[in-house]
Every structure is written in structure tokens, then in C-alpha cells.
Design a protein around this ligand. Structure first.
Ligand SMILES: NC(=O)c1ccc[n+]([C@@H]2O[C@H](COP(=O)([O-])OP(=O)(O)OC[C@H]3O[C@@H](n4cnc5c(N)ncnc54)[C@H](O)[C@@H]3O)[C@@H](O)[C@H]2O)c1
Length: 441
């Protein structure tokens, strides 16, 4: 049988939180899969059939199964794996440098390793989010220089954005349309057929690799701008003696309104990062940079609310609950906890932190002093920054000395606020006017 994108060996380069579930998904669909990573520990774990992280629902069992059936193995030798594959999917990080330039060094290295083993007829797909034009430009050139083959002529090249949500990747892979776009029609068709052969979801072909790259930047930047609008609505609600959450929920009962919720900030390696991929190519964007600035200012606004409620923060102890960038992830990239901590320290407060999912080293790396919750530490205020499931049973009123809770995510419901108010503890929230705090309880 001739090897094609629909039946040959699949090589997945980058066995991280997104790449490993995708590799497992391809193996579950019956393909022989080779996973590649530069981290020897990751490769070793996969070759023992165990997941190197436990935050992904269903991954451990599925990995054990496909490993047991001999359909997934891992290696650090990307070049050899690429030479054995008919499809190569590359999904290693592209992030920002400290000066907010796009940092290509991981993907350049992965691309050169792949290029050195690339055979004619192979399909190469990038899933990592990229600035528009990177697949056909920078990465095609690296592949061509390492392989001495031509993209489109000798091998197929496409982009397909990864659109899943960490923690529920298998579910999302099964239901979100998979977008593909090649550097030419043959590449698009090969990518379309590959994903149709391994996913249950609809696979949608766009007109070009650039259209597929831009799709991911549009969907993430849309969310950043939407959140910034919600945050502006929140600031105005505070002025007008209103509750933005109540109003936004009511507004969204009209089918054309999809306003997100205000909060103390936007974290993670996607939403606060990908707008810069747009700005890297066109500095005439007006709305997305403003949205970025608004969202980055919300941590300071949250601290303003605390200061209004408690007076001068100097010498007070404030505990940040949840240092991850959002609930239930073991991931702290661009977390708002960092901005909150910086702002609190700037105003003289002592900042403590807790996160059940991050190791002590990971917490300390955020420059926040980690504390245990047994016994509960003495604090003046608690900020609920990431509402992990582990905090569901936590009685916020039990912290010795606590006077204020800043609900950073709109997560404390009316009943819990009422119970806190009955014990003399005020619950603040971005978008909830000071005059309403405690009033409805
Ligand atoms: N995690 C998410 O929620 C998420 C969401 C949207 C998009 N993404 C996309 O997925 C990409 C990867 O994210 P992730 O969360 O899987 O990252 P990750 O950090 O969990 O994993 C990346 C893996 O790539 C490996 N790697 C780095 N350089 C390599 C190389 N040269 N060769 C082989 N392996 C290499 C690392 O060792 C690591 O295991 C992101 O850059 C982004 O484009 C992720």
C-alpha cells in the first residue's frame, strides 16, 4: 500500500500539553505514531506508557492503551522520526521575549531537525500559533535549506491552528472544526485528508496557510478585545453604582450580545500573547493594543479596590489564592497573580501566595512567598485569583484576621457573599460598585 497522509506513520514534534494529546489521538485513530521531544524525561515517560503531566482529562488511560498496543513511541531523534513519517505535525512553543518580540527559537530548532530527515512526498503541518506568513516564509525556507527539497513541489506544507482548551482536549478535538490551509492546493488537500482520517470533527479547508494562521490570531484577539470592553463596562458600572456582572448577564440574554466577564486580568500563553503576533507584522492596529493595555491595568485596579476598602495597604498581609493563570491548570504563563503581587508590594503590603497545582519552586519563581493553608495563615485580605476546584470547600471566613475578599474572577456566589457579610467580611469584585458591596447580601 502506498503511504499517504491518510495511512502512513505520523510524527508529532513537541510532546507538551497540546502535542501529546494530539499524538495519542492519532494513535487512537489507528495510526502508528512517533512522538518527538528534546526533553529526555518526557520521551522516557511516554515510552513507559505514562503521561509526564496529569492535568489532561483522559490522557493517562488513553496513553497507556496506545502504548500497550504498540502504536505510540517517543524519541529525542526528531530527524530519524521525520525520515520515517508520511505526516509530521510540529507543535512546539512560540512565545514572546521580555521585550515582546516573537521568539522563534524552539520552532526554528524543531524545523531544522525535521528538515534534516524530510523525505519527498511528506506532509508537514504546523499547529503552533504563528504570525501571518511564517509557515510559507521563515519555516518553509528553513525546511528547504535543511532538506534541499521544495515546499509544494517535493513535500506538502500546511498550517492548522490548535484551538483546544487544556484539560478537555480530547472533547474539543472531537467537536471544534479543524481549520487547515496549505501553501498550495495539493498541500491543503493532503492536510484536509490527514485530519479527516484522525479526527471526528469537521475539517474545514481555507484558501491559504496565511488564512489559517490569521484565523487563530483573530479568535484569540477577539477575546482579548471583548474582555477589555467588559472591563471598561465594569469601571463605568462602579461609577454608576451598578453591578457589571448583573448587567452583562442581562445584556447577553439578547442573542447578538456576547460580552465576556470583567476580572483582575487576562493570563496564559495565548490571549495576552497572540495580539503581539499581529502587531509584529502591522503596527497600525488601534483597538487590540488599547485592549491589551486595559486588560494589563486591571490588576492595579483590583488593588485600588482593596485599598479603598482597607485604607493604606502598607504593612497589611494579602494572600493570593490561585497563582496559575486560570482555574484548574498547572500553568503560570503571564498570570495576573504576578501583576497583583507587584502592585501590592509597591503599596507596601506583604504578599503571600497559594496554589495547589504548582510546586513550591514554580510558586517561588513567581516571586510570591508560598504559604500552606493548614493551618490557615493570618491575613487582612484574600484575592481569589484562580478559582481552582480545590478551593470549593475552602471557608474564606476562617482565615484569622480576614476583613476583605477580592473575588478576582466573579466566582463567589450570592450565598457565599452573604455568609461572609454576616461575619463582617466584605466581598469586592471588579465591576461591583462599592455602594453595593454587602448591600444585597
Ligand atoms: N496549552 C494551551 O492551552 C495552548 C493553547 C493554545 C495554543 N497552544 C499552542 O500550542 C503550542 C505548544 O503549547 P504546549 O502547551 O503544548 O507547550 P508545552 O510547553 O507544554 O510543550 C512544548 C513541548 O515542546 C518541546 N520542545 C521544545 N523545543 C523542541 C524541539 N526543538 N524539538 C522537539 N520538541 C521540542 C518541549 O520540550 C515541550 O515538551 C503553543 O505555542 C501554542 O501555539 C497551546
Amino acid at each position: 500500500m502506498t503511504e499517504t497522509s491518510e495511512n502512513g506513520v505520523v510524527c508529532v514534534v513537541g510532546l507538551g500539553k497540546i502535542g501529546l494529546p494530539l499524538a495519542v489521538q492519532c494513535a487512537l485513530a489507528g495510526r502508528e505514531v512517533i512522538g518527538c521531544d528534546v526533553a529526555a524525561g518526557v520521551v522516557e515517560a511516554v515510552n513507559h506508557g505514562s503521561a509526564p503531566f496529569d492535568s489532561e482529562q483522559g490522557l493517562a488511560e488513553a496513553l497507556r492503551r496506545v502504548h500497550g498496543e504498540g502504536r505510540l513511541r517517543a524519541t529525542t531523534d526528531t530527524t530519524a522520526a521525520a525520515a520515517a513519517a508520511s505526516v509530521i505535525v510540529i507543535i512546539v512553543p512560540v512565545a514572546l521575549t521580555d521585550s515582546r518580540e516573537v521568539d522563534f527559537h524552539h520552532i526554528d530548532a524543531a524545523t531544522l531537525s525535521v528538515g534534516a530527515g524530510l523525505r519527498p512526498g511528506t506532509l508537514v503541518v504546523y499547529e503552533t500559533t504563528l504570525p501571518v506568513g511564517t509557515t510559507r516564509g521563515r519555516l518553509a525556507q528553513l525546511l528547504q535549506s535543511a532538506s534541499h527539497l521544495d515546499a509544494g513541489t517535493d513535500f506538502q506544507l500546511a498550517f492548522s491552528p490548535e484551538r483546544v482548551y487544556s484539560g478537555r482536549i480530547f472533547r474539543d478535538l472531537a467537536r471544534y472544526p479543524k481549520i487547515v490551509g496549505g501553501v498550495d492546493s495539493v498541500s491543503t488537500e493532503a492536510a484536509l485528508r490527514f485530519y479527516q482520517s484522525v479526527l471526528q470533527a469537521e475539517v474545514r479547508a481555507l484558501s491559504s496557510a496565511e488564512a489559517a494562521e490569521y484565523t487563530k490570531l483573530v479568535e484569540t484577539t477577539y477575546r482579548d478585545v471583548n474582555i477589555a470592553l467588559a472591563n471598561e463596562f465594569a469601571l463605568y458600572a462602579e461609577r454608576e453604582g451598578l453591578d457589571a456582572q448583573e448587567v452583562i448577564t442581562a445584556a447577553n440574554s439578547q442573542p447578538f450580545s456576547h460580552v465576556h466577564q470583567p476580572s483582575v486580568g487576562v493570563g496564559g500563553h495565548c490571549i495576552p500573547v497572540y495580539p503581539y503576533f499581529l502587531f509584529s507584522k502591522w503596527d497600525d492596529f488601534r483597538l487590540p493594543p488599547l485592549a491589551r493595555a486595559i486588560n494589563d491595568s486591571m490588576a492595579a485596579h483590583g488593588v485600588d479596590l482593596l485599598e479603598e476598602a482597607l485604607g493604606n495597604l502598607a504593612g497589611l498581609h494579602v494572600l493570593i489564592l490561585g497563582l496559575a493563570y486560570r482555574e484548574n491548570v498547572k500553568e503560570s504563563a503571564h498570570t495576573s497573580a504576578r501583576k497583583l503581587s507587584r502592585e501590592l508590594r509597591h503599596r507596601g503590603a506583604t504578599v503571600l501566595g497559594h496554589d495547589p497545582l504548582l510546586t513550591l519552586e514554580e510558586q517561588t519563581a513567581l516571586k510570591i512567598r508560598p504559604v500552606s493553608l493548614s493551618p490557615l495563615p493570618e491575613v487582612d485580605a484574600v484575592i481569589l485569583q484562580a478559582n481552582h476546584d480545590a478551593y470549593r470547600e475552602l471557608d474564606l471566613s476562617a482565615f484569622p484576621g480576614i476583613r476583605v475578599v477580592l473575588d478576582g474572577r466573579g466566582a463567589v456566589d450570592a450565598q457565599a457573599r452573604q455568609e461572609l457579610a454576616a461575619k463582617g467580611i466584605r466581598t469586592l469584585r471588579v465591576g461591583l460598585a462599592a455602594s453595593l458591596v454587602g448591600e444585597r447580601e
